[in-house]
Design a protein around this ligand. Structure first.
Ligand SMILES: Cc1cc2nc3c(=O)[nH]c(=O)nc-3n(C[C@H](O)[C@H](O)[C@H](O)COP(=O)(O)OP(=O)(O)OC[C@H]3O[C@@H](n4cnc5c(N)ncnc54)[C@H](O)[C@@H]3O)c2cc1C
Length: 260
């Protein structure tokens, strides 16, 4: 099947992109790795595609003492190849290199992944675990949201009409922090069907379980025990025993890596 006809515009500034994205029937287009298939299957039939991945405002990377700010259109490949200062003891490049296959990573962007909000997307789980925040630019100005508030469910975000994700601010991990990241996929490059990111630092432990039917589940401190994790996963009421067991095994492996 081919995409329905649409108009395609490459704005030259973020302000122009925001104005176009606010038009009726407009859709933002970054790497096209999720939106492209949706267009071809006619699951999405926008009147206008607003291509944002050539905008300099969405391309940069900046680091300060507390965090790194990653432009929304930085690709998974750039992150895998070390374009981002290592604020997470190797975590960001490790996550990026496990996403899909090289051709997808070459075009797919970190911002596109968050805006698409597939529950099995690696960045959704990992950036929630890192307590990252997103910077949005819309017709009413700029605002920031923590990842846990930005992701609202499966394929649902807090983006308002006409808003564009500009950048993601990722706090630096303390020098003593340890992480573990694990996922279960049918074969390398496939979307995961179980996923966990764990951070351990003195006085603070956090795990995020992803690849669920909706928003990832955040576990802190005592809730990270096998009993606490089982309760939290049972509470969302969507996992059969096999999926529950798989999530617990993946969490256990991520914990073991963080403790190693
Ligand atoms: C074969 C295959 C395997 C994959 N495997 C994995 C995997 O293992 N793990 C994983 O995490 N992902 C995987 N993906 C998805 C991939 O990571 C995509 O890159 C990502 O989901 C979307 O990024 P994109 O830049 O291509 O966004 P697009 O496809 O261009 O856009 C996706 C959505 O986000 C919106 N959007 C994009 N950018 C912005 C912005 N800056 N502001 C506002 N809205 C925006 C678009 O309107 C659209 O709704 C896979 C994809 C494919 C095709």
């Amino acid at each position: 099947m081919k995409a329905a006809p649409f108009e395609h515009i490459c704005p030259t500034s973020l302000a122009e992109a925001v104005a176009l994205a606010g038009e009726a029937g407009a859709r933002v287009f970054a790497g096209g790795q999720s939106l492209g298939p949706m267009l071809n299957l006619r699951l999405a039939q926008p009147r206008l595609l607003v291509q944002v991945n050539r905008l300099p405002e969405l391309a940069g990377v900046a680091a300060d003492a507390d965090a790194v700010t990653i432009g929304a259109c930085v690709t998974h490949s750039a992150i895998a190849d070390g374009a981002i200062p290592d604020i997470g003891h190797g975590l960001l490049s490790r996550v990026a290199e496990t996403i899909a296959y090289r051709p997808v990573r070459n075009r797919g962007t970190i911002g596109g992944s968050l805006c698409h909000a597939d529950p099995a997307a690696d960045w959704v789980t990992v950036l929630m675990a890192l307590d990252a925040s997103v910077r949005l630019q819309g017709p009413d100005g700029a605002r920031s949201l923590r990842m846990k508030d930005f992701i609202q469910g499966a394929f649902r975000t807090a983006l308002r009409p006409g808003e564009i994700l500009r950048a993601i601010r990722v706090p630096r991990l303390p020098a003593s922090a340890r992480w573990g990241y694990e996922k279960a996929c049918r074969k390398p490059g496939d979307f995961a069907h179980a996923m966990a990111a764990v951070f351990l630092s003195p006085g603070r432990c956090r795990a995020v379980i992803g690849a669920l039917g909706g928003k990832p589940v955040i576990l802190e401190d005592d809730a990270m025990s096998p009993i606490g994790a089982t309760r939290a996963l049972e509470d969302i009421g969507e996992l059969d025993q096999a999926r529950l067991r798989m999530q617990l095994v993946v969490l256990d492996r991520a914990l073991a890596k963080a403790r190693a």
